[in-house]
Design a protein around this ligand. Sequence first.
Ligand code: HXC
Length: 258
Amino acid sequence: MQYADLLIENHGKVAVIRLNRPKAMNALNDNMMNELGDALYKFDADPAVHVIILTGSEKVFAAGADIAAMANYTYADTYPGNYIGRNWEHILNIRKPVIGVVSGYALGGGCELAMMCDFLIAADSAKFGQPEIKVGVTPGAGGTQRLPRAIGKSKAMDMLLTARMIDAAEAERTGLVSRVFPADKIMEEALKIAESIAAMPVTVAMAIKDSVNRAYETTLTEGVRYERRYFHAAFGTPAQKEGMAAFLEKRPANFEGK
Ligand code: HXC
């Protein structure tokens, strides 16, 4: 796959998508968001791919939406016209696990895009922030909604209202990211994590992702019912037969092709 604003790498069952506009700090423009949607949908539909990594460069995940592109927009341009945000949420339709790997800045729309991944791992160089208020706008891709859910209201309000950045240690402490690694080891560690998930049965990984995401959209009772349907359905899959047989036979499970 060839893109103007993305780099693609294949690592067996793990596909890596790199945001790549180095001269503009990976600022997220219309073309990049269209390309990102295209790449994500292709990997989601590719049976050879089990896990997707979304990352940027060593210096920057993404410094937000492209300010140069939108500086002169009017309301008519943003809403009735080329509705900003319309191509930002393709990632939410992806059924396979998407791991966000952040080195350097994840700011504004960059932080919002990162938060749309299933979980985040960060380099110790990572810095997260929602500085939209400094450029006179609110967040527009879920910053006011996902950040409080991720790190709590007080921390989120603090970040959103002051525009201050948090570093990787604070991001891990607050639960925004799951693990932090030294910057020079981040991709190696990210691939190990992705490969460990890719070795699991993909059908179950997809069901777990779907169930966890349901928790953010429904009540606890309905969420548990939803999970239980997947649990019951798992007994109709080769993965359950292999996983439980392997346990009882005291051998490693081989989920190849399951
Ligand atoms: C366009 C950007 C950009 C952005 C950086 N650049 N961020 N261009 N949009 N969001 C460009 C700079 O203009 C500059 O171009 C080059 O990248 C290098 O940036 P510098 O500022 O010179 O680098 P540095 O001093 O290292 O500072 C890095 C930085 C800073 C801290 C990341 O660039 C920064 O604060 N960026 C803006 C962050 C921001 O406000 N994001 C929120 C945007 S609003 P030249 O041509 O001069 O070399 C948003 C809304 C989302 O995201 C809505 C979603 C629907």
